[in-house]
Design a protein around this ligand. Sequence first.
Ligand SMILES: NC(=O)c1ccc[n+]([C@@H]2O[C@H](COP(=O)([O-])OP(=O)(O)OC[C@H]3O[C@@H](n4cnc5c(N)ncnc54)[C@H](O)[C@@H]3O)[C@@H](O)[C@H]2O)c1
Length: 339
Amino acid sequence: MLVLEIRDIRKLSKQIGYKEFFVKLICTLEEDYKNWESFDKCARLANHVDGGVIELMPISNEEFYSFKYVNGHPQNPKQNKFTVMATGQLSLTSTGEPLMFSEMTLLTAFRTAGMSAMMAKYLAKKDSKVLTLIGTGSQSEFQYLAFSCIFNLEEIRFYDTDPKAMEKFQKNMSKFDIKLSPCKNSHEAVQTADIITTCTADKNYQTVLTKEMIKKDVFINALGGDCPGKTELEKSLVKACTIVVEYLPQSRVEGEIQQLEKDFICTEVHEIIKKQKKLNVSTHGTILYDSVGFALEDYSVLRLVYELAKKNNIGQDMDLIPKISDVKDLFSLLDNEVE
Ligand SMILES: NC(=O)c1ccc[n+]([C@@H]2O[C@H](COP(=O)([O-])OP(=O)(O)OC[C@H]3O[C@@H](n4cnc5c(N)ncnc54)[C@H](O)[C@@H]3O)[C@@H](O)[C@H]2O)c1
């Protein structure tokens, strides 16, 4: 069974290059969302604990089965632990044989940013130039890298309640050719924005963005409201937007739309990707992509990374599934001498 560690994902993204990796990832996500009907889908299984959540995210189609284990503990950074940590597995559906086990903390940041950029490609104004980031923690730089594959961005306006997170972001971003505008608050950060990503972490009904703050039509990519009782946008702003979600049964419980009545109308991502519905900020006004993260996205990144790792000889083959000549003789593994 192939095992991918952090260093393998680093190696892969270095060998292939960030941009090329994001381009491949966006294509893979589009391909899988186009095949929406072929997937056996369910809302993720969430165990809510004090100050956080631990989730299992399974999905399958004829070819592969995948699952991700992921947590969300917004207070973790106080103990120098990540808010979001993840691992995942890819298996062959026909036999159930596990093919790969992988780190997914980095892969989650890649796939989330890949989804953000893919959705912006369809929904944001084609000439979007100003990206606003509210929350400059782990996900933030990945967001810029992915958006820069689609748009000719000229400026990033950013704000975080933690000045150290803002300093870290400024330092990491200084090697890229983009104007960096640190802001004093969210209000200042969203001015002139074409695309706004909110990626804050707090298990609370936060009000990071209000309706009054949005002065022109904009694409809002809201990532941080992804759990019951954990939202980022004022209810009246959510109500005023055209809304796109990944998978309604899950988003209804976890997304910004948990604040709305059950009969609101919204579009699912696959309808956009299959061009069954055409939405864009230039014709429909402010659009909210109410992202919570769906298992299909983990499936996409796992199957892509599996293919690339095999091709580039990356990762380690580990003895996690027995290999013996008589598969009914499992006991022989205990009976024989241990090397
Ligand atoms: N939708 C998805 O697919 C998806 C995927 C990954 C992470 N997430 C969510 O995105 C969020 C960010 O994840 P992360 O890994 O970057 O977490 P992180 O803890 O590394 O960063 C979050 C940042 O938000 C800042 N913050 C908190 N409240 C704020 C506020 N009111 N205004 C401005 N900044 C504020 C914190 O100081 C911190 O720097 C989390 O809520 C996580 O659950 C969603």
